[in-house]
Design a protein around this ligand. Structure first.
Ligand code: AHM
Ligand code: MG
Length: 334
């Protein structure tokens, strides 16, 4: 019989000395949230959830109705279970401590409830990204400071992809596994065990419209990919993709290899890239590295960065190892 996600988690937990069922319970609540989000995203215009909410988040980005709705769904599904001390989200300025009426747990949860939400109104894949950290011992009333842990401290990271099928991809530091939602029975079934990223690729993903704002090493790398087998290029030709949904791009890379870059750019002063460290770059880096890929800012490991703010941005280069190493090498040479 095919294995569902909860069964998989319980069996994995039995094999890890000292693992607690607390984490399995928390993942169960996250799974519930993702199923609810999948339902809202899938119904779309039928239930009036498309379009702008008319508000802005802390990053000054206009929120979609679904950004607000999915943030609320994620909170409601995860606040009651007794596994968490606090949450932090792309859509909330400050942390969300677990309300007093619920028992407090020992984990912290960060999430982007609907990543790539600019795609939602045009019916292109979007996703949810999440990361689980331990709440520091002795922290009775968690603060934003408690969340500022390097990505190497993550206990679990995952994403849900709302595409032609809904998938949940997850790591607890023992490889990466993918599950597909069977809507008939409402369960995620293990369909992609032990996902691995090929070390080589002929596919790159970057928003080319930002080219004039990149630094020299990224200019050089992309220029060579575009030239392919022509003079001044590479030993092979490359293909390019840009969905503008990081979850979809990372999922493609986990499925067939590739390199994804949202590098440092000079587009807006004071913003070191676009993606956020705590709930986008770190969880995706954890997944990619557990699948045998590599992630970097260009200058160093993403997961070893000591965060300085909840909504801190960071340059992101991740995917097939040999290509990421090449980009990092170009940064060193420069
Ligand atoms: P969001 O969290 O506001 O949706 O922004 C993150 C998304 C990523 O999914 C994607 O890689 C990137 O923004 C696309 O940015 P751009 O529109 O600049 O190409
Ligand atoms: Mg996002």
């Amino acid at each position: 019989m095919s294995k569902n996600l909860v069964q998989f988690m319980i069996e994995e937990q039995r094999q890890i000395p000292g693992a607690s069922d607390d984490l399995t319970g928390l993942i169960g609540d996250i799974v519930t949230a993702c199923k609810q989000i999948a339902h809202s995203v899938n119904k779309g215009a039928l239930i009036g959830v498309l379009g702008s909410a008319g508000s802005e988040n802390v990053q000054g980005e206009t929120q979609k109705k679904l950004d607000v709705i999915t943030n609320e769904l994620f909170i409601k599904a995860n606040e009651w279970g007794g596994h968490l001390a606090a949450m932090a989200s792309e859509e909330m300025d400050d942390i969300y401590p677990i309300p007093a009426q619920y028992p407090k747990g020992r984990y912290l949860l960060t999430f982007d409830p609907l990543d790539g939400s600019s795609n939602i109104d045009v019916n292109i894949s979007v996703g949810t990204i999440f990361s689980i950290l331990r709440c520091p011992a002795g922290s009775i009333h968690p603060t934003a400071e408690d969340f500022l842990q390097p990505g190497t401290e993550q206990v679990c990271a995952g994403y849900a992809l709302y595409g032609p099928s809904t998938m949940l991809v997850l790591t607890t530091g023992h490889g990466v596994n993918g599950f597909t939602l069977n809507n008939d029975i409402g369960e995620f079934i293990l369909t992609h065990p032990n996902m691995t990223i090929p070390v080589d690729t002929q596919e790159f993903a970057i928003n080319m419209s930002n080219q004039r704002f990149w630094e020299a090493p990224v200019q050089r790398y992309v220029d060579e990919c575009v030239k392919g087998k022509s003079p001044g290029g590479r030993e092979k030709n490359f293909n390019m993709r840009w969905v503008a949904s990081m979850v979809a791009e990372v999922h493609r890379i986990l499925s067939r290899g590739g390199i994804f870059m949202y590098p440092f750019d000079t587009k807006e002063a004071g913003k070191a890239g676009k993606l956020r460290l705590l709930y986008e770059a770190n969880p995706m880096s954890f997944i990619v590295e557990q699948a045998g890929g590599m992630s970097s800012t260009g200058r160093g490991s993403i997961m070893e960065l000591k965060p300085t703010g909840l909504h801190q941005r960071v340059p992101v280069i991740l995917g097939s190892r040999n290509e990421v190493e090449r980009v990092v090498g170009y940064h060193k040479e420069a």
